[in-house]
Write a protein that binds this ligand. Structure first.
Ligand code: PAF
Length: 285
């Protein structure tokens, strides 16, 4: 099977209309490229559930602050096409910035309140507006579909789910489990920034989450105490500089005095040149 590389919105709309006409459900996998096994798992899930799979590759300038890594973000379209083909993708939509934002800076943005006030939303002001805006555009371009996102970007998954719900997009958002390296490091395109020593240090994020999960398993329910345990484990890795650790309600990202039900443990840290994030779902009886 071949993968079709499309560059324009009009081409994607025509291809999707044709697929839907033929009775096929569209599976959409939005990405910024430099694809890895985590993206491949989203493609596999889409392939298993949908008649036609489209992966999008677009490094979205709107979601990067001026000091962030937009200009150095890794890119490899050839490698991405090979991976997409190997995982049964029918269409890769890789527009340039002018195709997505033909009038320059957008006057219309999408903003999801409350669940963006904390964690990465607090550390990266404007980031989730950029994500919600480009994903809204991708949903508008793709039309009715199932859209696959990794739990690795847990807050992003909540943001796009809530945005699709609030704006009545004909899109079912599907969250897929985080894929990890053998030593626990969550797969991320930004892992390529890690030199050997930082790469060896990076699993500290997973160790910090595991320590939080162990505290909950041992009966701890106080976010303060769980976060103290998590941050002390992260502090044990001198190459990691903590941005945040959090133990929150998985649905609202709120921090009750005592955690109950579905809990999400989250961490963000700078490890050498890479800002890494990770998270883990835990049930607290
Ligand atoms: O997770 C990503 O790769 C991006 O944030 C997304 C969802 C493709 C939007 O640019």
């Amino acid at each position: 099977m071949t993968v079709r590389l499309l560059r324009t919105i009009a081409e994607v709309r025509a291809a999707h209309d044709e697929a839907r006409h033929a009775g096929r459900t569209i599976g959409l996998v939005p990405t910024m490229g430099y694809l890895h096994a985590g993206h491949a798992s989203l493609m596999d899930a889409a392939r298993a559930e949908c008649g036609s799979v489209t992966a999008t590759i677009f490094v979205n300038p709107l979601q990067f602050a001026a000091h962030e890594d937009l200009s150095t973000y890794p890119r490899d379209l050839e490698g991405d096409l090979a991976l997409a083909k190997a995982h049964g993708v029918d269409i890769v939509f890789a527009p340039d910035v002018e195709e997505m934002y033909p009038s320059g800076p957008v006057l219309t943005t999408v903003s999801v309140r409350e669940i963006t006030a904390t964690l990465d939303g607090a550390s990266r002001p404007g980031h989730f507006d950029g994500v919600a805006t480009v994903v809204a555009k991708l949903f508008a371009i793709a039309g009715a579909c199932r859209a696959y996102f990794g739990e690795k970007d847990y807050q992003q998954l909540l943001v796009v789910s809530r945005m699709a719900h609030d704006l009545s997009f004909p899109v079912t958002v599907v969250g897929c489990p985080t894929i990890r390296e053998a030593d626990g490091l969550a797969m991320s395109s930004r892992n390529v920034y890690l030199g050997p020593e930082d790469r060896a240090a990076a699993p500290a994020l997973k160790h910090c989450l595991d320590a939080g999960a162990a505290a909950i398993a041992a009966g701890e329910r106080s976010p303060d105490a769980i976060e103290a345990t998590m941050s002390s484990v992260l502090a044990g890795e001198p190459r990691a500089t903590m941005d945040y650790v959090a133990a929150v309600d998985a649905r609202t990202l709120e921090r009750p005095a005592s955690l109950r039900g579905e809990v999400r443990l989250l961490v963000a840290a700078q490890v050498g040149p890479a800002r890494l994030i990770d998270n883990l779902g835990v049930h607290a009886d």
